[in-house]
Design a protein around this ligand. Structure first.
Ligand code: MN
Ligand code: MG
Length: 660
């Protein structure tokens, strides 16, 4: 571990002792035994750290073994010890994405000379180079400049430039150095030292100009990823790079080139010759090793994109990406003979349990201890006020503040993102579901935030999953079908006074979307139109009645934007109109971030539900029952036609709703 304190790693070898270690570990013996001029070069990647240095979920205010650069650092130490020659890179998105980043940007500030806590963590690891991700721009260029000034390694990006675009990318005034040539000394299989020049180039999604236009418009502009890499790689070779590594803060994407594509790593691999290894990121996936991540040009078993060795190391420090290149010195040049790629995890899942596979590195923890403590204080402090309590005890039976506040924030966020674009004129609705609503998760599983001060840690309670914001464009007819799918959570109710259960316990509450921005009633005398899998089950049935927009019956042909999350928009729950093809906005921010910003910006929020949906009356159905949490009785006073019955099963409390 002590080597982690070394400030810089100018020489990436540990001498002949390390060569001995390589032989001793038995790694690729055939190669290791090759004598002169045979060099194994190990390239390591972290990506999408999003300020997760400590293994701690600040939203839940709890330690969490699935995240943290301090944990990845232990894998780095292990991976370095296995080979004589290694370099460590970060692929971007370190500056934003958890409350530690917000604490720096919104509370502590970044003065000239300050070191950002994520940089303190990164400095402790000894990186060789990094690039910038799209999230580096979320707080503006001043904070970015001051953060990057604290790096003790080069930060490269080839496709962001200042001023006007030059005729060719090589004429651009790039914001950062487009690439770096790292002069290193490596040791071969015989223990002999060789100079090696490693060229590192970085790219980021051109879409930062849309996502962060408020910070970037008029200051910088972006180029297509493939164009930039194609232009600069030959110059890197001319500058003497023996090996070229691409830090692509961009997902895998497709083999086929799409101009200004957000996810272009595969297209680059296909189009640009002379790249020896590609680290990808941005899409928070793991590559290689996940068979589902396949497709034309992608070898998820070997870890290649269009034949180029590639890796993507998950997110928040979940994995360490490793690419091993076996180099051979031949005729005065280095040639890549063979390569392997791997993504090593910091944990594995065993059923519902998390089994840690790495201990946090004490040096990284110590380097950021004070900032960690300050972040804890920050998440526990009020950031705004709510004028009414937010709880989900009755979220399945009435319009509810826990859903309302999420929809308010989603509409506020999507409106800003669509401003000035082709969809700016369309009405924006919002779909949100009560995530914590009892059910199989148990009687304690409800949101319950009292009126008054609201702290950042409460936001996790309001938005449970780290989803990202999406917007879809659908018709009024599809809005109705979406709601039909949602209200499948209710059992069919007969017009009689005998006791009837309201909720189908097998239907998860996260699939009960309430759509705000329209008003509607639910007729439970009808059977559900869709079954629990989203299949059309009763084509003649319609539960959604009196669906109105702007007070008038909805026009089935009119276009609407619906703000939602990546799960739903991508087909999660199999909702009509949400199959991935209707997406018009893939926002870079989590729904939680949108909520935090909304609360911080507005200061005081009235989360009272607007009552935009209701049950259509059913004659004589006076004894319809449902379960809620043991604390629900404190809030039942304000609910119309709902009354406490008594204790229910499994710690729940039973309530009656009069639907007559
Ligand atoms: Mn990211
Ligand atoms: Mg509402």
């Amino acid at each position: 571990m002590t080597h982690l304190l070394r400030p810089r790693r100018r020489t990436v070898l540990a001498g002949s002792a390390a060569a001995g270690l390589l032989a001793a570990t038995g790694l690729r013996p055939a190669f290791a035994q090759q004598a002169q001029g045979a060099v194994r070069l190990r390239l390591l990647e972290t990506t999408d750290i999003h300020v997760h240095v400590h293994p701690y979920d600040y939203y839940r205010d709890k330690p969490d073994d699935t995240m943290g650069l301090a944990k990845t650092a232990s894998l780095v130490a292990q991976a370095r010890a296995e080979v004589p020659n290694s370099l460590l890179f970060d692929n971007g998105d370190y500056l934003q994405g958890n409350p530690m980043g917000d604490w720096v940007a919104y509370k502590r500030g970044m003065k000239v000379g300050d070191t950002h806590p994520v940089m303190l963590g990164m400095r402790a690891l000894g990186y060789d180079a990094a690039t910038v991700g799209n999230h580096e721009f979320n707080y503006g260029l001043d904070i970015l400049d001051r953060t990057l000034a604290g790096a003790n390694f080069p930060i490269v990006c080839a496709n962001i430039f200042k001023g006007a675009a030059a005729a060719s990318p090589r004429g651009d005034r790039t914001l950062l150095k487009p690439y770096a040539i790292l002069d290193r000394t490596v040791v071969d299989g015989a223990g002999e030292r060789h100079p090696l020049k490693i060229g590192v180039i970085g790219v980021t999604p051109p879409q930062i100009m849309v996502w962060d236009s408020a910070h970037l418009a008029g200051k910088v502009d972006t180029r297509d990823i493939v164009d930039a890499v194609a232009a600069w790689v030959p110059e890197m070779r001319e500058a003497g790079a023996d090996v070229v590594v691409l830090l692509s803060h961009s997902g895998i994407g497709s083999l086929r080139r799409v101009e200004r594509a957000e996810n272009a790593s595969l297209a680059v691999a296909q189009a640009v010759k002379g790249i020896d290894a590609i680290f990808t990121g941005h899409s928070h996936l793991v590559f290689p090793g996940v068979p589902a991540l396949g497709g034309e040009g992608i070898d998820a078993a070997k870890g290649t994109l269009a034949g180029v060795p590639s890796a993507m190391a998950g997110f928040w420090g979940s994995h360490l990406g490793i690419i091993d290149l076996d180099l051979q010195r031949e005729g005065g040049r280095w040639r890549v003979l063979a390569a392997t790629a791997e993504a090593r995890p910091i944990f594995r899942r065993d059923g519902r349990d998390i089994v840690p596979l790495a201990q946090p590195d004490p040096n990284v923890l110590a380097a950021t201890r004070a900032e960690h403590e300050a972040t804890l204080a920050y998440v526990r402090q009020p950031v705004g006020k709510i004028t009414a309590p937010i709880n989900s005890y009755f979220a399945l039976v009435a319009d509810d503040p826990s859903v309302q506040i999420v929809s308010q924030a989603q509409i506020w966020y999507v409106e800003q993102m669509l401003k000035g674009g082709p969809y700016a004129g369309l009405p924006i609705l919002s779909a949100a579901a009560p995530f914590k609503a009892g059910g199989r998760a148990g009687a304690d599983y409800f949101t319950d935030v009292p009126a008054g001060d609201i702290a950042i840690k409460h936001v996790a309670d309001l938005y449970l999953y780290p989803n990202t914001v999406r917007a879809v464009k659908i018709t009024g007819a599809q809005v109705k079908e979406w709601l039909e799918r949602s209200v499948g959570i209710f059992r069919r109710i007969r017009p009689e006074a005998t006791e009837q259960a309201l909720i189908d316990d097998g239907f998860p509450s996260f699939n009960f979307d309430v759509i705000d921005g329209v008003t509607y009633a639910v007729d439970l005398t009808q059977p559900p139109r869709y079954d629990g899998q989203g299949n059309l089950a009763n084509p003649g049935a319609h539960r959604i009645v009196d669906l109105r927009f702007d007070g008038k019956p909805i026009d089935p042909a009119r276009d609407f934007v619906v703000a939602t999350n990546n799960y739903r928009a991508g087909g999660g729950g199999n909702f009509p109109g949400a199959d991935g093809k209707t997406i018009i906005l893939e926002a870079p921010d989590t729904n939680r971030d949108a909520l935090v910003r909304y609360i911080a910006e507005k200061g005081t929020i009235d989360p009272s539900a607007d009552g935009n949906w209701r049950f259509a009356p059913i004659p004589n159905a006076t004894n319809v029952v449902f379960d809620s949490g043991p604390e629900a009785h404190k809030h039942v006073g304000g609910m119309k036609k709902i009354a406490l019955v008594g204790p229910g099963a499994n710690g729940f409390t039973k309530y009656r709703i009069d639907l007559s």
